[in-house]
Ligand binder design. Structure first.
Ligand SMILES: *[C@@H]1O[C@H](CO)[C@@H](O)[C@H](O)[C@H]1NC(C)=O
Length: 291
């Protein structure tokens, strides 16, 4: 509901007001129940702080998951997450957007792959556009994501998709439709998160198994913030060029962001499908179109 209000107010206001005042005027974050519903393992999601935060539990009985009540067409989604501390090998925490359309699926994925104590968490990202995925990239985090909350965000507008860790872009997928490269732009996507066991592949390719003696595994979420065009909602919203996420500042990375992005790619990237010649003897076209 909050996001719909935000849209209808924003549409009435001059551009400069939209750009500078709206974020403060209609302050998010929302509570869990305002934006989300539990999709599985409901005994394993606990609301904290009056629903402004949640705890996710993974044990031998179950993991859990939640999804947004609405789908959205463009916008920015972010939340603060504190991942499983200590030995998290074999666990996967996912935060993603998904159109829920089987064959022509659009999907934007963050997957946090646990590790043995003292080994770095891996963040895997993937982009599905019009049913085609297999675009994995991996970075190792430069901080301990279990020691404190960090903000993970997905910005999605007509020009690009950007995955952020705090204020650092770790992945950019540009709209290169002009070169025949698919870009998600016509299907709304829901916001999802899950915590589950995937020790057949998650950590060192499945070599490191989950240690159930360390269960329950706990992660924490707070500051849920979805700003976008809700579906169902005002039909004209998604094409409104005055939505802040379509603004000039979001059409490409700022110089500071571009510098941070280069730093991540040079120092923290551990896998890029674009350079995986055994999988892709011919470099995928989006990789040649510029990062
Ligand atoms: C876990 O740690 C190992 C050793 O540092 C590293 O090679 C690997 O990329 C890390 N992440 C995963 C998900 O295996």
């Amino acid at each position: 509901m909050a996001s719909m209000l935000k849209y209808s107010n924003a549409a009435l206001l001059p551009l400069y007001v939209v750009c500078f005042l709206i974020p403060a005027a209609l302050a998010r974050p929302a509570t869990y129940l305002q934006d989300f519903r539990t999709t599985w393992g409901d005994t394993h999601i606990r609301q904290l702080d009056g629903g402004r935060a949640i705890q996710l539990v993974l044990d031998q009985n179950s993991g859990c998951g939640f999804a947004s009540k609405y789908q959205y067409l463009f916008g920015k989604v972010s939340m603060k997450i504190k991942l499983i501390p200590g030995d998290s090998a074999g666990t996967v925490t996912a935060f993603y957007m998904n159109s829920d359309t089987d064959t022509i699926r659009d999907e934007l994925d963050f997957e946090f792959l646990g590790n043995r104590t003292g080994q770095p968490y891996t963040v895997q990202t993937n982009v599905y556009a019009h049913g085609k995925g297999d675009r994995e990239q991996r970075v190792n985090l430069w901080f301990d994501p279990a020691a404190a909350f960090h903000t993970y965000s997905i910005l999605w507008n007509h020009n690009m998709v950007v995955f952020y860790v705090d204020d650092v872009p770790i992945r950019v997928y540009k709209n290169n439709e002009a070169r025949g490269i698919p870009f998600p732009k016509s299907q709304p996507m829901g916001v999802y998160s899950t915590l589950w066991e995937a020790d057949d592949w998650a950590t060192r390719g499945g070599i490191e198994k989950i240690d159930w003696s360390k269960a329950p595994f706990l992660s924490y979420y707070k500051d849920f913030d979805i700003e976008g065009c809700p579906v169902p909602g005002p039909a004209a919203c998604a094409s409104n060029v005055r939505n802040w996420w379509e603004g000039a500042a979001y059409k490409q990375l700022s110089p500071i962001e571009a510098r941070r992005y280069r730093w991540v790619r040079m120092n923290h990237m551990t896998y890029d499908y674009c350079t995986d010649k055994s999988r892709y003897p011919n470099t995928p076209p989006e990789c040649l179109a510029g990062i």
